[in-house]
Design a protein around this ligand. Structure first.
Ligand code: DGL
Length: 271
């Protein structure tokens, strides 16, 4: 069956971090409906094995395809590094998969040739080496310096930022020897836009802080335009939010990530 512009966009992450991407999509494409899935039962993905993340991603893709999504955005770096290739093979060929890594790599290749660029992300993303491989393939002589920063996701999920302790943890990570003399820093985790201001203030404007949400939203728009799948401007967007486990503090955190209140439904990956 051919895809229709009125079908929703599927977006997923391990938790609510991907709502930073969903927020950018809503801003750029206000007439598009989204179905968001946060796999909170298995959060954090950053310290899981590749095989585990692949299994969760397949289950989530099944749900999003069944719900009629016309495209799926993997709004998570850990899942993009572990499961992007697999998902492109697995889902119906006409349902395009967008990851958060390729649009960022394209931006870095364009804007920072020959430069020293830092990257912070989860252990899974950093160990996968996917950014350095793709940046290297672009042959722009970019020197990438990657650092796993595993305390940041739990800290942010707990709503623990813009305070003295978060400031110290962030400062400790960023003062790591490997990040000396960088000119740009890739936020290779979709949770990190929430601490972007803190990171910017530490660098005092000397390092460009690169957050993927807007470039991913632009890549999505481009795909929908190319495939003639953009919804028409008269339609009113309706968003649905699902999580695989539910805690009370969650809706409050979701509001911070999405900049508007959301109603979360619980949907287990396995029954
Ligand atoms: N937000 C996810 C990412 O971009 C991962 C966070 C996690 O679950 O560890 O990598």
């Amino acid at each position: 069956m051919a895809l229709l512009p009125s079908q929703p966009i599927g977006v997923f992450d391990s938790g609510i971090g991907g709502l930073t991407v969903a927020h950018a999509i809503r801003k750029l494409l206000p007439h598009e409906s989204m179905i968001y899935f946060g796999d909170t039962a298995h959060l954090p993905y950053g310290d899981k094995s590749e095989a585990a993340i692949q299994a969760y991603s397949i289950k989530i893709a099944d749900i999003l395809v069944k719900k009629g999504c016309k495209v799926i955005v993997i709004a998570c770096n850990s899942a993009s590094s572990a499961a992007y290739e697999l998902l492109t093979e697995y889902v119906r060929k006409d349902i395009h998969i967008i990851n958060v890594i390729d649009p960022m790599v394209a931006l870095v290749l364009e804007k920072f040739p020959g430069k020293h660029v830092g990257l912070i992300g989860t252990k899974r993303t950093v160990q996968s080496d996917v950014y350095s491989r793709k940046i290297h393939e672009g042959k722009k002589n970019i020197h990438l310096h990657s650092l796993a920063t595993p305390l940041l996701v739990p800290m942010i999920e707990e709503g623990f930022f813009k305070n003295q302790i978060s400031h110290e943890i962030i400062a400790r990570y960023l003062s790591d020897e490997s990040l000396k003399n960088i000119e740009a820093l890739i936020l290779a985790c979709t949770h990190y836009p929430l601490i972007k201001n803190e990171i910017e203030s530490l660098y005092k404007g000397k390092v460009a802080i690169l957050d993927s949400s807007e470039v991913v939203a632009k890549a999505l728009k481009q795909h929908l335009e190319d495939q003639r799948l953009l919804n028409d401007e008269a339609s009113v967007a309706h968003h649905q939010f699902m999580v695989s486990d539910y805690t009370e503090s969650f809706e409050a955190s979701a509001r911070m990530f999405f900049h508007q209140s959301v109603q979360l439904e619980r949907h287990a990956l396995w029954n």
